[in-house]
Structure formats: structure tokens, C-alpha cells
Design a protein around this ligand. Structure first.
Ligand SMILES: [Zn+2]
Ligand SMILES: [Zn+2]
Ligand SMILES: [Zn+2]
Ligand SMILES: [Zn+2]
Ligand SMILES: [Zn+2]
Ligand SMILES: [Zn+2]
Length: 223
């Protein structure tokens, strides 16, 4: 294989060509859904498949994730059909063809970016104690709306919060709703991941290995 080609499990059918996307490119990364303009990535021209170099390097074929500790999750595509899939963590919809980490046995699906969400964070909105991501129910201490199943909760007091509210006070994007940021079909989680409390926790949890992915998101979100 030539030096500027690479094989990747996310697109095993064909070798991918290293590509410098120009600043006007409207291509979107098949893994993180942020744009590739101005960045380096890998492309299959035949299939219109593109991924950031950072995503190609960071995301693995399988992952173990604290929210589904029973089974390994495998990066695979949402199947065609009438079933509506959504991310078990952020609740945003996952259309057919989207690459997500899945446990087929348990119908557990999670966006690749959502696997970056830290299990434990220190929020500026609740600086006294750590918050842990746990399943449950109740109302958000930030926006007072119903919580999604997975949310951040303080183990010491009654503080609990949506993923987004924990770091920004932004009300949650409702389920089945995907934010459009320019050309991006990017999930709302992408914006939360760049908040300082998350960046610190993600870097600690990944030994800095996820930093290139966060840099890509940052580049994609400034227009
Ligand atoms: Zn990407
Ligand atoms: Zn291809
Ligand atoms: Zn998600
Ligand atoms: Zn499972
Ligand atoms: Zn909230
Ligand atoms: Zn507390």
C-alpha cells in the first residue's frame, strides 16, 4: 500500500487516501460529524467516506464504556430500516448509516463523541463536589426540566444536572433533534466537550490522547 494510503476498520472495503481538505470543503467526518475543511483526514472517493486524521488515530474498533460495562461496544453502522435509533447517552437520533459504538445484544448505542464524556467531572456550577454520570430520573438543578436517563449527579448532595447544564447552563437539546452548525451535522455534545471542565477531565481520563479530537472539534465549531 502506498504511503499516503491507510486501511481503517471504519471503512474496511477500500484503502483511504490521506487528504488535505481545503478551507471551502463541505465534507463531514463519518466518525465525529464535524467538518474537515482546513484539516487533514482520510478519504474514500468511491464511497464519499471521510474521517479526520485525529479521529482515525484516536477512535478504536471496540471500546469499553462505563455506561455499559457488561459488554464491549463495537463501532458499526446504524442499520437501514424503520426502527428509530438514538444515542443512549445524549438521546439525539442516530440515522441509518451513522457510525456509532453499539452493543447489538442490548440495543445500546452511543455516539463516538459521547464515549468521550467523562464519568466524573468538577463543574463550575457545583464546585464543592465531583459529579458522576449515572442513570436515573428527576429534575435538573440547572434548568429544572426532566433529566435524561444519563446525567451528572453529586454523590453528597441533591445536585443533579443534564450533561450540558453541568458545564454551561445551556438547556438540553431535546431528543430526536440534531443541531445544525453550518454544514455540520454535529451533535450538541461536541460543543459541551470543549467546556473547560470536560476538557480537563477528558485529558486526565485519556492521558491527553483525545486532545487531537478536541482540537478538531474546536476548529470545526469556529466559523
Ligand atoms: Zn472526526
Ligand atoms: Zn470505499
Ligand atoms: Zn450521543
Ligand atoms: Zn450489552
Ligand atoms: Zn438542565
Ligand atoms: Zn454536591
Amino acid at each position: 500500500m502506498e504511503a499516503d494510503h491507510r486501511k481503517h476498520f471504519a471503512h474496511p472495503e477500500h484503502p483511504l487516501l490521506k487528504t488535505h481538505y481545503d478551507s471551502k470543503s463541505t465534507k463531514i467526518c463519518d466518525i465525529c460529524h464535524a467538518k474537515l475543511s482546513g484539516l487533514v483526514g482520510y478519504r474514500c472517493n468511491d464511497c464519499d467516506f471521510d474521517i479526520h486524521e485525529a479521529c482515525a488515530d484516536y477512535f478504536k474498533e471496540t471500546v469499553s464504556f462505563f455506561a455499559h460495562p457488561w459488554h464491549t461496544l463495537t463501532l458499526s453502522r446504524i442499520p437501514d430500516g424503520t426502527i428509530k435509533w438514538s444515542c443512549n447517552i445524549c438521546r439525539e437520533s442516530c440515522p441509518p448509516g451513522m457510525l456509532v459504538y453499539r452493543c447489538i445484544k442490548c440495543n445500546f448505542d452511543v455516539h463516538p463523541l459521547c464515549t468521550l464524556l467523562p464519568q466524573t467531572i468538577r463543574s463550575p456550577l457545583h464546585p464543592k463536589h465531583d459529579l458522576n454520570m449515572v442513570p436515573g430520573s428527576g429534575r435538573c438543578s440547572g434548568c429544572c426540566k426532566d433529566l435524561n436517563i444519563w446525567h451528572y449527579r453529586c454523590g453528597f448532595c441533591l445536585y443533579k444536572s443534564h450533561i450540558g447544564c453541568a458545564v454551561s447552563g445551556t438547556p438540553p437539546i431535546s431528543a430526536q433533534n440534531t443541531t445544525a452548525v453550518g454544514q455540520n451535522r454535529i451533535t450538541s455534545v461536541a460543543k459541551f466537550l470543549l467546556k473547560t471542565s470536560f476538557v480537563i477531565a477528558i485529558n486526565a481520563a485519556t492521558d491527553g490522547r483525545a486532545l487531537p479530537v478536541l482540537n478538531v472539534l474546536e476548529a470545526a465549531l469556529v466559523d
